[in-house]
Ligand binder design. Structure first.
Ligand code: NDP
Length: 454
């Protein structure tokens, strides 16, 4: 994204807030994009609820409670000094401790972490659980780094961040580039520097040391459950459908698994080097071996699977599918790619990633009558299951896989219904973008009003 985004004008009740955001936080295009979408959706709510305007809810909501940026020095295997930048944006604690993942990717900057933290406020509110919104990360790139280098980086990162975390303060989890390996190193260093085995200060932990069953699977499974709910409203299902998925990380792998279990054929996976098409259905065991164990590039999948082909230069969205689950990164589905998906007959799009579809793509899907689930709702299963992990840590209980998956399914159903009803209440039936923003906003705004000006 660039600064040349042409944002359409907003209602008079919200435009001044957006103008302030543009002035106060210039050069943060992803953050502007996320704020613009929410302000657009909630303008009708403000007309019915002047108390939100009088209470200055919006002016406060768009400004993070706290922004932390820090130096992360570490030494690589060749003995060279490396310096990265660390971030933690503690956006809103009105509903509970700050909660949101850590992203390690070279593209990470303040704008990206702020957009993710802002989205997280409403997503977490939608889950109905007691969790605030935050996000963090670093421009560190784990690709091609040895385990020892990743460990030294994680330890240095936590040497600074630990003082801002805690089970009642701020509870991180994984995101792009932060999986089981990184969480282990980060948790270990927190334990060392604080002298506390504080299980509830991090979620996504290994199931052998405080992690919850289904947390690893939750975001991908949840994005499929949400799509299942949308389809069910129209008496449709995953059975016999072709599903297109981008990415080949945590979210993508488990979206593929659940879609396949529901009788669909998942035909694509990708990474930043290209994509694979496998009309026989993605072989999950092979994909997991390559991505979770060997940390290989996606071309290797096609090298080892006769039914698959690798495409280096092209778009994964050129492949005709009935259901699309973008699960890689923000702004990965352009307006042109949305048009291709529509022309190829896509029926539903469920955002596994955060904000993967550009605004024009979202508009195109909605105008074409494609069922569209925004990430805020569709990928909330991850953080919802993180909250279940926090509950289990606090009560020192362990739930079974089946119980945890049933709870996740129930939560995704509730999120779907909350978004669906909110959209209907405000006269935009079937608009899950508006519905999710409104349902999340109402819960946050009411809590802010009740707790006074802080
Ligand atoms: P992973 O790091 O496990 O996987 C990310 C995948 O997306 C990789 O295949 C990666 O390829 C690809 N990718 C990342 N950035 C780019 C890029 N700029 N261009 C092309 N491909 C890219 O991350 P997750 O699966 O955890 O996260 C994926 C998305 O889901 C993110 O938007 C994240 O914010 C969102 N999300 C994740 C949750 C979770 O629980 N993990 C919860 C809610 C949302 P490569 O290896 O080549 O970089």
């Amino acid at each position: 994204m660039t600064e040349t985004i042409d944002f359409h004008p907003l209602a008079a009740s919200v435009q001044p807030v957006f103008t302030t955001v543009l002035d106060r936080s210039p050069h943060e295009p992803e953050f502007h994009q996320a704020v613009h979408e929410v302000l657009h959706s909630i303008a009708p709510v403000l007309e019915e609820h002047p108390e939100y305007v009088e209470g200055g809810i919006l002016e406060r909501l768009v400004e993070p409670e706290r922004q932390i940026m820090f130096r992360v020095p570490w030494v690589d295997d060749a003995g060279r000094l490396q310096v990265n930048r660390g971030y933690r944006i503690q956006f809103s604690s009105v509903l509970g401790p700050y909660k949101g993942g850590l992203r390690f990717h070279p593209s990470v900057n303040l704008s990206i972490i702020k957009f993710l933290g802002f989205e997280q406020i409403f997503k977490n509110a939608l889950t109905g659980q007691g969790i605030g919104g935050g996000k963090g990360g670093s421009d560190f790139d784990p690709h091609g780094r040895s385990d020892a280098e990743v460990m030294r980086f994680c330890q240095s990162f936590m040497n600074e961040l630990y003082r801002h975390l805690g089970e009642h303060t701020d509870v991180p989890a994984g995101d792009i580039g932060v999986g089981g390996r990184e969480i282990g190193y980060l948790f270990g260093q927190y334990r060392k520097v604080t002298n506390r085995h504080e299980s509830g200060m991090f979620t996504g932990k290994g199931t052998g040391w405080g992690g919850a069953e289904v947390r690893t699977e939750a975001t991908g499974y949840g994005a499929v459950f949400f799509a299942q709910e949308m389809l069910a409203v129209h008496n449709e299902s995953f059975e016999g459908k072709r599903v297109g998925i981008s990415g080949s990380g945590n979210v993508a792998i488990y979206a593929i698994e659940k879609a396949t279990q529901l009788g669909a054929t998942a035909v694509t996976a990708s990474d930043s080097s290209g994509y694979v098409v496998d009309d026989a259905g993605i072989d999950l065991a092979l994909l997991r071996q390559l991505k979770e164990v060997e940390r290989a590039r996606i071309v290797e999948y096609a090298n080892r699977r006769p039914s698959a082909r690798f495409v280096e230069n092209g778009s994964v969205w050129d492949v005709p599918v009935d259901i699309a689950i973008p699960s890689a990164t923000q702004n990965e589905v352009s307006a042109a790619e949305a048009q291709t998906l529509i022309a190829n007959g896509v029926r539903a799009v469920s955002e596994g990633a955060n904000m993967p579809c550009v605004p024009e793509a979202v508009d195109a899907f909605q105008k074409a009558g494609v069922l569209f689930a925004p990430g805020k709702a569709a990928n909330a299963g991850g953080v919802a299951t993180s909250a279940l992990e926090m509950s289990q840590n606090a009560s020192r209980q362990r739930w079974s896989f089946a119980d945890s998956e049933n709870k996740l399914r129930e939560i995704m159903g509730d999120i779907h219904d909350a978004a669906f009803r909110a959209a209907e209440r405000y006269g935009t039936p079937g608009d899950y973008v508006a519905g999710a923003n409104i349902a999340g906003f109402e819960r946050v705004a009411n809590a802010m009003l009740a707790q006074g000006v802080i």
